[in-house]
Design a protein around this ligand. Structure first.
Ligand code: DGY
Length: 322
């Protein structure tokens, strides 16, 4: 019997490669690089499994290029807005992702950005690195405190909850919005109040985005939403760039419509709106939410286990529901 062909689109930790090698013959680009679509399609030919990342467009074209043997696409990410799930499930291909294992790392980064922008850490560091004169003064580089402030969480899923838990430890109050109401015990633990999106924007001192990118959430934060926020409020985005209209955000930040933003994700990665790069009231990170050695290994191992399970005819651990 021929061994399954497993295509791994980017370099992943060795612990995960070992799991995949037990399950089949592993191919990945050498040297490691983001494959352009034509190369990705060529590489996918005859694959039984594809282990992909959030940068790979996974759609009907890729499934057709892979052919009838394709059984599973396992993305090393929790977000799967790059995957046309129905196009794959219609062809009987299982789709899996990696929820859970990156929750804490991503919530840590959301909170890191929140602190960075409210306490002006990037601005302070830039001042020192520019060797600008400075001295301690009571009114120098004042930021905004968190205690008693309200954090508005858009999407109280696992990462939203973990971010809220951190905020509670900083003495913040929690409101949240989202299609689904969180279970009662979660609301009780976090003392989180469900409000509609408009109320959240109007009342939160900090708005943190944790909803997935879907057609409904694309540009959820546009010029109108930004205008609805307090002029003293901050926006934190660690989910997906296109949830925010980046041009509108750059304008709002430049014109004092809101006080600041902490951004880990961008509308057209790896590009960043040039307006944002000019501003001091924004803390920027290059999509580092899950970027700890421990978390990235856990993500890749989970993705490898998912692919191996499907190839063995078993249920995957974390399937995406079609
Ligand atoms: C994800 O998993 O969706 C993050 O954006 C990257 O870890």
């Amino acid at each position: 019997m021929t061994r399954p062909r497993i295509v791994v689109t980017r370099k992943i930790p060795e612990a995960a490669v070992e799991i995949l090698r037990e399950a089949g013959d592993v191919w990945s680009p050498e040297p490691d690089r983001q494959l352009p679509v034509e190369d990705l399609h060529r590489a996918a030919e005859g694959a039984d499994a594809i282990v992909s990342t959030l940068q790979d467009p996974i759609d009907a074209g890729l499934a057709d290029a892979a052919g009838a043997r394709l059984k599973v696409v396992s993305t090393v990410a929790v977000g799967y807005d790059n995957i046309d799930v129905p196009a794959l499930t219609d062809r009987g291909v299982v789709v899996t992702n990696t929820p859970g294992v990156l929750t804490d790392a991503t919530a840590d980064l959301a909170f890191g950005l929140l602190l960075a922008v409210t306490r002006r850490l990037g601005e302070g560091e830039r001042l020192l690195r520019a060797r600008e004169p400075w001295s301690f003064q009571l009114g120098f580089m004042l930021g905004s405190g968190l205690q008693g402030k309200t954090l508005g969480i858009v999407g109280l899923g696992q990462i939203g909850q973990a971010t809220a838990r951190r905020a509670r430890a900083f003495g913040m109050d929690i409101v949240y919005s989202g299609r689904r109401r969180a279970p009662e015990d979660v609301e009780r633990e976090l003392r989180a109040t469900h409000v509609d999106g408009d109320e959240l924007l109007r009342t939160a001192d900090i708005v943190s985005l944790h909803c997935p990118l879907t057609p409904q959430t694309r540009h959820l934060i546009d010029a109108d939403a930004l205008a609805a926020m307090k002029s003293s409020a901050y926006l934190i985005n660690t989910t997906r760039g296109p949830v925010v209209d980046e041009g509108a955000l750059a304008e709002a930040l430049a014109n004092g419509v809101i006080a600041g933003a902490g951004l880990d994700v961008f509308e057209h990665e790896p590009d960043v709106h040039p307006g944002l790069l000019e501003l001091d009231n924004v803390a920027l990170a290059p999509h580092l939410g899950s970027a700890t050695a421990e978390t990235r290994t856990a993500m890749a191992v989970l993705a490898a286990r998912n692919a191996a399970a499907v190839l063995a005819g078993d249920e995957p651990l974390t399937p995406v529901k079609g």
